[in-house]
Design a protein around this ligand. Structure first.
Ligand code: SF4
Length: 427
């Protein structure tokens, strides 16, 4: 089996690895059976004097040194396997990061992770320049571990009660992409327009539609968006108390990634860890006073402080809008926020989740500024916030749970999503 790779088409997005080692220090890298066989054949157990991989609750992962990064990370920041044996000797997940691969009909769609700092900065070469390397990894998986790419049906769930074919999906996504990337509109107008489409479709009786009629409805709504965003006035209201609570829940869920040491805790330690998480979740829900330290490395700030943080200064506004637009394109136009890449959620739920992510990014950006003792956010606060949110989006089990879908559905009513985006506005 050989499947051609579709490279992400994200306007003005570039990437090259700058060897910052963030991924080697922070990520838990899962290995395929073929990766393990290669590592064994390369004799790393003897060379390292420790286990190169260990068992983890969800499979076999690369080992880390105590309190540090991957066992293969050297003091000069290089990967030992790469340095000794070349790129293609490394585990596949390391070779392909920050790209991801999902099956789509007779192809594989490459996604892009925004938890790599070079992705958020869009530094390096055009994404298409990486085609050969990504295709090599895709071909290796197809040959050695084809079960990783399950067959995908040709139809796609648009809503829980409406399936559409891929050509209709493409037509809808092309239309949405045109609106999301329309630089003649402010970011606020574009996000408001997306909110109008999502909330209108949520209220429509979609079971009465078929694909072509849905695409016509979306065309019609999109044609009217320039007027609709001008007439839209509800969004200036503050979010309701329940809406803010739901946002705090989403923020908490986005903090729920396990670092290597946490994923290897013994029974009692893990029980204590979970107990602490429950306590933090309750404080987050309360939303008053000091924000709990969701990660040990975080500084202190209060919930009240983050409301009063000033948005991005004008000289960084264009870069901030560009980053958020690229992120939305990755979630929507490049299929990263629904279907196989996002908990098998229908596309409409995925659109709502992408909007909620913008509000969550706003919250984290403000929190980053407040914990650094500033009253104004910086572009780096925003980059870090996008990285935090994307690290968990589509990966943390809590964000794919039924409760997350109910939360997102609830917030599509009473303009919850846009109220939250504006309360925690970035631009
Ligand atoms: S986080 Fe990105 S830039 Fe840093 S080492 Fe990993 S791939 Fe390279």
């Amino acid at each position: 089996m050989k499947l051609p790779v579709i490279i992400p088409e994200i306007k003005s997005q570039s990437w090259s690895c700058r060897a910052c080692t963030k991924c080697c220090r922070e990520l838990v890298v899962h290995l395929t059976a073929d990766d393990r066989r290669r590592i064994d054949e390369q004799g790393w157990s003897q060379k390292l004097g420790t286990d190169p991989y260990v068992r983890h609750s969800s499979g076999i992962v690369l080992n880390h040194v105590p309190g540090g990064g991957c066992v293969f990370l050297m003091d000069d920041g290089k990967c030992r396997i790469h340095a000794d044996l070349g790129m293609q000797a490394k585990p596949l997940a390391c070779q392909i990061y920050p790209f991801t691969l999902e099956r789509e009909s007779d192809s594989l769609r490459a996604g892009l992770r925004f938890d790599c700092p070079t992705v958020t900065r869009s530094e390096g070469v055009a994404l298409a320049s990486h085609r050969r390397d990504i295709q090599y990894v895709a071909d290796t998986i197809c040959k050695k571990t084809p079960a990783l790419f399950r067959d995908e049906p040709d139809d796609v769930a648009f809503a829980h009660n409406l399936m559409i074919d891929r050509s209709t999906l493409d037509r809808i996504l092309t239309r949405l992409d045109k609106w999301i990337t329309n630089e003649r509109r402010s970011f606020d107008e574009r996000i408001t327009g997306l909110h109008i489409i999502v909330s209108t479709l949520n209220q429509a009786q979609l079971s009465r539609f078929d694909g072509p009629r849905l695409a016509e409805l979306i065309d019609m709504l999109s044609d009217d968006l320039p007027n609709a965003v001008v007439e839209f006035d509800d969004g200036s209201s503050d979010p309701l108390r329940t809406q803010t609570k739901l946002l705090h829940q989403a923020v908490f869920a986005h903090s729920m990634y396990l670092q290597f040491a946490e994923s290897r805790m013994g029974y009692w330690q893990s029980l204590r860890f979970r107990f602490r998480q429950l306590k933090l979740a309750r404080i987050m829900l309360g939303g008053k006073g000091v924000i709990p330290q969701l990660r040990p490395e975080e500084g202190k700030a209060t919930f009240e402080q983050i409301i009063n943080i000033e948005p991005i200064p004008t000289n960084d506004a264009a870069e901030a809008a560009n980053l958020l637009t690229r992120y939305l394109q990755s979630r929507i136009s490049n299929h990263g926020g629904f279907g196989a890449a996002y908990y098998d959620w229908p596309m409409l739920n995925g659109l709502g989740a992408a909007l909620l992510s913008i509000a969550v990014i706003g919250w984290f950006t403000r929190r980053n500024a407040a914990t650094a003792g500033r009253v104004e956010m910086t572009i780096q606060d925003l980059r870090d916030a996008v990285s935090t949110v994307d690290r968990t989006a589509g990966r943390a089990p809590e964000l794919g749970a039924k409760s997350a879908r109910l939360r997102q559905n609830h917030l599509t009513h009473e303009n919850g999503l846009i109220r939250l985006i504006r309360r925690y506005r970035i631009l």
